[in-house]
Design a protein. Sequence first.
Length: 183
Amino acid sequence: MSFVLSASALGILVRAHDCADAPVDSLYKTFIPRSEHHLPSGLPWYYCGGLSISLICLTIIAASHVHKKIPHQRLRKNTRLLVRFFVAIIILCLPLAHLDSLQLVATTTGLLMFVLFLELFGSTCTGQNVLWERKCGRDKCEYLAKCRVSKKELRDRVVKGEVVNVEEIAAREKGEVGAVGQV
């Protein structure tokens, strides 16, 4: 809902002609009567508040989600979430700066782009190319699972040449359904 609130305020902000760089004549003729010369004082609060609340909610959702542990990651998840939370607080305080519509939209866009690039950069591993890694080994992965299979049983099956059927092992497990995996 906060995205909807922010988007509806953005629709008014982009039609406004409250700065010198946005003459009313540059608008399409159907938007000229709906354009604002002076923004209502609550509009920047709706826009920034909606963006801020949505960013905080996304931070809370990401914090509650259990991610796999990635070795040699550039920035840990908690560090990235802390930066995201601080950017949300900065966006929430932007209406206190009394910016015009162009400055407000440009500043929030820049802050959101900073968060996006920080997330993309921080979630990669050191030594990897940030944009694309040709030899990243996406086709080669190793899965680990916690299950009640003895090493003796696994050794016996390997010696006999049998394939270990994970579904069979999971079917005889009691308690939690599924497995904890690492890639």
